[in-house]
Design a protein around this ligand. Structure first.
Ligand code: CO
Length: 289
């Protein structure tokens, strides 16, 4: 196989935008900001990471969602989730909550701690028109339910969704067929992941640095940069410099099948048409969520 043809290259590198959301939580918006409004089927990616309680303590009080999925992956800290259908749980370090908002729910996401570090990601993933009004559902997994693959020396992969070296993640979502990997690479270690060539894919580095693509033409990507990948059969990553543990670079690799449908988006509602958005507002205001 000619890796020059098969390997995806970095199309562009995007830096997140500092912002605040909820009741004043400071975070970095990487997808869903002017530089990168969306990356079909991905609507938003927020990174939150701070040791200062004042940056997160206000949390995300009651707010609605309709028409898409929110994926919360905690690295550090604890967050309590509660919705208006009686669902409740605490997200602990290493856990994942894959919430299908479907036709609608109202929930809160509040820190379950007064001090210490809070760190993780929230990704918004679109639903196809046929699934937007589906019943809300949760796929919630503690850290012990997220399998680890060691596909090569110096490479550790937590498989949240998708498949690495024969190890499958627990998340099921046939519409967008997502891959969501938490990667740790020692300097010089190499990881190659095959994916359908037309799937949207990005790598977000959160500690240390990596090279992405095949040489010549591989590109260095540093912590807090997102690489949008072009089409191709495989993604190739090489560890360059280590992050906090002094041993590995850390990144998430996320990919999925584009929906190629019109997107009508306003705040926490993501539908296909303006009329559906207006209906979402009316249904929320009349308590139908
Ligand atoms: Co929410």
């Amino acid at each position: 196989m000619d890796t020059q043809i098969a390997t995806r290259s970095v199309q562009r590198v995007v830096t997140g935008m500092p912002t605040s959301d909820g009741a004043g939580v400071r975070l970095t918006r990487v997808i869903g900001q002017p530089q990168l409004p969306d990356l079909d089927p991905f609507l938003m990616l927020d990174e939150f990471g701070t040791d200062k309680p004042e940056d997160y303590i206000a949390g995300f009080p009651d707010h609605p969602h309709r028409g898409f999925e929110t994926v919360t992956y905690m690295l550090d800290g604890r967050m309590r989730h509660r919705d208006n259908h009686g669902n409740e749980g605490v997200l602990v370090p290493g856990s994942v909550q894959w919430m299908t908002a479907g036709r609608g729910l109202v929930h809160s996401e509040m820190p379950e701690q007064q001090a210490g570090r809070m760190r993780g990601f929230q990704l918004w993933l679109n639903l196809p028109a046929r699934d937007k009004m589906t019943a809300p559902r949760y796929q919630e997994f503690g850290p012990e339910r997220i399998p680890t693959a060691i596909p090569a020396e110096g490479v550790r992969v937590k498989v949240i969704a998708g498949r690495v070296a024969g190890i499958a993640g627990p998340i099921l979502q046939p519409a967008t067929d997502p891959t969501y990997l938490d990667l740790a690479l020692r300097p010089g270690a190499q990881f190659v992941q095959s994916l359908p060539p037309d799937y949207a894919a990005f790598v977000y580095v959160f500690e240390g640095s990596l090279r992405i693509g095949a040489d010549p033409g591989a590109k260095a990507v540093r912590a807090h940069e997102l690489a949008v990948l072009g089409e191709g059969e495989a993604i190739r990553l090489t560890g360059v410099s280590a992050g906090e543990d002094g041993e590995t670079a850390r990144a998430i690799l996320v990919a999925g099948r584009p929906l190629r449908e019109p997107v009508a988006k306003y705040g926490p509602f993501v539908m296909n048409t303006r009329e559906e958005l207006q209906q979402a507002f009316a249904d929320f205001q009349s308590g139908k969520f």
